[in-house]
Ligand binder design. Sequence first.
Ligand code: AMP
Ligand code: MG
Length: 451
Amino acid sequence: MGTCEDAQSFYVCAEIFPALSPLGLGVARDPATADAGRVRRSRVIRASMVVTYAQAISIVQERIGQANPRPPVETASLDEVRGRVLAEDVVADRDLPPFHRAIRDGYALRAADLGVIPAVLRCVGEVPAGQHFEGEVDPGQCVSIMTGAPLPVGADAVVMVEHSRSLGEQIEIQRSVQRWENVVLQGSEAALGACVLARGRRLRAAGMGLLAAVGKVRVAVYRQPKVAILPTGDELVAVERRPQWFQIRNSNAVTLSAQVTEAGGVPVQLGIVPDREDALREMIEQGLDSDLLLLSGGVSMGKFDLVEDVLAELGADFFFQGAAIRPGKPLVFGRVRDRFFFGLPGNPVSTFVTFELFVRPAIAMLGGMGFEPPVLLRARLAKPCRQKTGLTMFMPARVCVQNRDPVVELVNWQGSGDLVGTAAANCLLVIHPDQTELAAGDWVDVMPKGQ
Ligand code: AMP
Ligand code: MG
């Protein structure tokens, strides 16, 4: 059993530690290595903690849901709330619309007057938007009305100006209308006091417009979660530096920072940490000051992949250690000292994809929202596709519309290190483990993504 370096021996180790359920929480000590003073605890249980995509998603949802994050509440003004999460229910301060609103330019009239077409009605006034008609529309009368104006008392419909002819004071109406046609009734969008935006909603352009429409110029929002970003790897150099030929620029920190911001978090850059246990320990400790810790790299099976060992030493609970997905299989999720962490595989596309799949919904929950899994849409496959990996695949692809159907095609891609191919994609083609043979034209799942 010795080193526990191959999958078979992982299962053996898991049998020796029966307290570790497949989704077990604890960490085990590998007796073979403990004596030597080397900590390899997390790897012992790794194989039994590889979960499917669906399991991984629900573990993230359950674990963070159980922790019941209640971020502090702060007040923000309308121009500060884009992307923020509402911490209060917002109610309509008056009926929406506040009056029966004409939605066409034309004539306000009584629908019952149009029993015989054409009908001739007497025009008794005009009402532009921003004004109101003082009198009442009696039978046989109409009022010239503009879009956005309140319907005069007595009228119950609007006929579009295109269906009328002016005969001086008389107007010929050439089409009949139903009652309330071309009118939106007072309060039909929302009645005074009704909730128009619920707590937990993220504010985007339309929501912000709605806040403005109900006069809510200051609003309670949740504090945004701070998300620490910790790239690991001896080969990494800061992007400002010129790398030697065997070094790699730290692009993940930039990708992750943009993703964290988009997801509603505040990125906290901790800088590059080398593959050394003491340095890792120190930086992980720092990362625990944030609400969520994202590590990139160091979670594979290489000799210098030390992230899980150091986390285990710090007393981490691992909720899963590996997901049956590609890219991103070595992904790790857990908690240490009341802080959740993700160990994201360092390959740039693995980092990007695992963030989209698991970290984005996690940040939303830590920021006061409910759980929202990634949305899958359907498209037709451009070319046949085979896979026998048994994994759920998330392949960079482009979707476009051909003959009115969305059609998806894989981009030219060299694997999970290939940011060039990934940056050219506008979606991820999702291939489920049972989809071993797919023909051109088959409907498949795609996950939209930013570029
Ligand atoms: P690891 O997960 O540490 O085994 O790294 C896998 C691959 O991703 C290696 O080729 C690394 O050089 C690369 N990589 C790791 N971290 C980063 C990073 N921060 N930026 C860009 N590439 C990275
Ligand atoms: Mg590494």
